[in-house]
Design a protein around this ligand. Sequence first.
Ligand code: ARG
Length: 279
Amino acid sequence: MSVMPAMEPSKVRTALRRHFLMCRPEHFAVTYAINPWMDPALGADADRAVAQWEALRSAYAALGHEVSLIEPVEGLPDMVFAANGALVVGGRVYGARFAHPERHAEAPAYAAWLKDNGFPDVLEPRYTNEGEGDFLTLDEVILAGTGFRTEIAAHQEAQEFLGRPVVTLRLVDPRFYHLDTALFPLGGDNVAYYPGAFSPGSRAVLERLFPDAVIASERDAAVLGLNAVCDGRNVVVNAEAAELIGTLRDRGFDPVPVNLSELRKAGGGPKCCTLELRA
Ligand code: ARG
């Protein structure tokens, strides 16, 4: 009898080098509440947030990813959440248009940085959308959230501009107000998600598209464990998401736990702090 290899060939994971844009949380604060995680009475500690964010940035560098930085703007405490600044696919930039006035000024700041740094093809959107917070790009499709922030018309606008099929998913739990708080891509053809964040129809769509998905528990979702970044092999994920980290390991991924507890007070995790620049 032949000896089985420790891991099936299909489970040998390959990391692809990524290019990320991040924004140091120098002006981070919780001064308004636009999602259920935020409590201005409790506030948040910017110094602590910067230290945790630096650890995230170092984790990406240690994995071999390139990190670019955008200058933080005073008076925009949520600008650290770079994922919301745009959607960049195939070198084209679908700009953001924020739902809440507190964040409106972030969209032109991100668009200007991208224009000046090698991404001149920027579409200023007609419809409300919060960039990669609600658009997650896989090899064949882009998954797009709606229900709290991004309008369905923006899904159509992005599809037309980027020439990629966009699949609408409806979010129903206000704790998971962006798609990237409830689901993350595992490489280009699979995902991990928390089913309770989605409408019944959208859950059925996810089951059909991703029969082999990693299903996360409410406990993992409630520490923003789904707000993770996978490069095909490594998964940068909130350390508190213990069950999810175990499942990822069983599936042949290499979890890289990080602690972003201070940023979670604004409703964000590793993915929120990370905008992927796809050339
Ligand atoms: N306080 C921010 C907001 O509510 C958090 C954004 C988190 N970003 C994300 N990609 N989920 O808009």
